[in-house]
Design a binder for this molecule. Structure first.
Ligand code: DC
Length: 214
């Protein structure tokens, strides 16, 4: 079974994916974490965020591992928390717009999924990475709600960003992610659209579990 989930930042994709992965015994693939790992490597290597050639080299050479427990390893180092920091969030969207970077990542994502039961979330999963997935969802919520959710998550993870800063970052990323030359976040007729603004995580999960069982 393959489940693909797309949606903007803070729409609940990550949390829902974890719940459904456990429920149906699927491998959970957070593709945003892969782009975030490249962004972190760019920062660690003091590469300018607009130096495309060097960024492509980084994308080709780094080793990203997504562990079953959700841990993200970058060249063997646990970066699960670092990739959520403000500095990474500020540069990840433009980095993920580089067409070559996307080619490398999409190939990796398709290789990870090949022949396995997976649930994968991101921006271009339903459209580019797994267009033949059994279930394709688009999760959404209004900007105020999404900023609030990300604020709470950051608080839990000890990441200092004000609600205003988060809202501004999400808005910028959404615009950029929806207007990419390749792999833009899009709504399509094949996706099941769920507005999660007024739903709890459990309500969203229940709704999706029912649809999958049916
Ligand atoms: O899901 P996230 O917020 O952790 O993703 C971080 C960035 O990575 C997001 O702004 C866009 C990019 N991304 C992408 O371009 N394609 C994906 N499949 C997943 C994420």
């Amino acid at each position: 079974m393959m489940i693909a989930i797309d949606g903007p930042a803070g729409s609940g994709k990550g949390t829902i994916t974890k719940i459904l992965a456990e429920k149906f015994g699927l491998i959970n693939i957070d593709t945003g974490a892969m782009y975030r790992s490249i962004a972190l490597a760019v920062l660690n290597n003091h590469i300018a965020p607009d130096d495309k050639e060097k960024i492509i080299e980084i994308a080709q050479s780094i080793k990203i591992e997504l562990k079953e427990d959700g841990t993200i390893l970058l060249n063997g180092e646990d970066v699960s928390k670092k990739i959520r920091e403000k500095e990474v969030s500020q540069i990840v969207s433009p980095i993920s717009s580089i067409v070559e970077v996307r080619k490398i990542m999409v190939k990796k994502q398709q290789e990870i999924a090949k022949g396995k039961n997976v649930i994968m979330e991101g921006r271009d999963i339903t459209t580019v990475v797994l267009p033949d997935a059994d279930y394709k969802f688009y999760l959404d919520a209004d900007i105020e709600e999404r900023a609030k959710r990300r604020y709470m998550q950051n608080q839990e993870n000890g990441i200092e960003m004000s609600l205003e800063e988060i809202k501004e970052n999400i808005q910028k990323r959404d615009y950029n992610d929806m207007h990419k030359q390749v792999g833009a976040l899009k709504r399509t007729k094949e996706q099941i659209y769920i507005d999660t603004t007024n739903l709890t995580i459990d309500e969203v999960a229940d709704k999706m579990i029912k649809m999958i069982k049916e």
